[in-house]
Design a protein around this ligand. Structure first.
Ligand code: DC
Length: 228
């Protein structure tokens, strides 16, 4: 039963490595994945495609409540899920920084958050779920079996993102990335509804000085201790 399926909440700011850790952990445990950021990105993208203004909360709420989205597993470890909006593959469009910025503009709206609440909770299915976001442990899965908050300095996160983009031959300035990450943190942490913060019972991991394998080892030792 879905009620018996453990949820592992992985929250934290953008570019903190949540996505990679979520996918590695879900693959290791054979659990499902909820990429909640993708849902906010989808609301922003769907709104843009339909010419809905980002100030129009009623229309955005409606959009969020009726999102026609499908997540399909792929065999590509770099992009393990294909995301379909109304049947069309929007995976690459969703990954852009523009989609992230749009998501952080629609995410503070209470109607939007409520609108995708039920969809998010429907991902809790046997044998378990790894849920990646900003408010997984504080709002959506308040009774999660394990809550992890991943963070790192803005500089470290900007450098990681810079290197990821460089590997894909996308040229950006480190300074612009630093500023964009800082602005996104500001919006995510200071909004009135579901602001980004660690749950009181979260394990906080600061990865500024750690590589992804060291972070994963810490996460695994917490999971093994708590889930046995
Ligand atoms: O994790 P991400 O970069 O895909 O998230 C994009 C934006 O969506 C992020 O800036 C804030 C918002 N978001 C949120 O408010 N709550 C979540 N659970 C996940 C994302």
């Amino acid at each position: 039963m879905a009620e018996d399926s453990p949820v592992i909440a992985i929250d934290g700011p953008s570019s903190s490595g949540k996505g990679v850790i979520t996918h590695k952990l879900a693959a290791h445990l054979g659990f499902h994945i909820l990429d909640s950021g993708a849902l906010y990105r989808l609301v922003g993208l769907a709104a843009k495609k339909q010419g809905i203004n980002f100030d129009d909360e009623a229309a955005l709420t409606d959009q969020a409540r009726t999102l026609d989205v499908r997540f399909e597993p792929t065999r590509d470890p770099e992009e393990p899920l294909r995301i379909l909006l109304e049947g069309a593959d929007v995976t690459l469009e969703l990954r852009t920084d523009e989609a992230g910025v749009d998501a952080s503009r629609v995410a503070p709206l209470p109607g939007v958050r409520k609108g995708i609440g039920e969809l998010q909770r429907s991902f809790k299915q046997p044998p378990g779920l790894v849920a990646d976001g900003r408010d997984m442990g504080t709002v959506v899965f308040i009774d999660a079996a394990i809550k992890i908050y991943l963070t790192a300095s803005v500089q470290a996160r900007a450098e990681r993102r810079y290197n990821q983009l460089k590997d894909k031959d996308i040229s950006v300035s480190l300074h612009d990335l630093f500023q964009s990450i800082q602005a996104r943190d500001e919006r995510d942490m200071n909004r009135k509804v579901a602001p980004l913060r660690p749950a009181e019972d979260a394990y906080v991991i600061d990865s500024t000085e750690l590589d992804i394998n060291q972070v994963f080892a810490q996460v695994l030792s917490i999971v093994n201790e708590k889930l046995g």
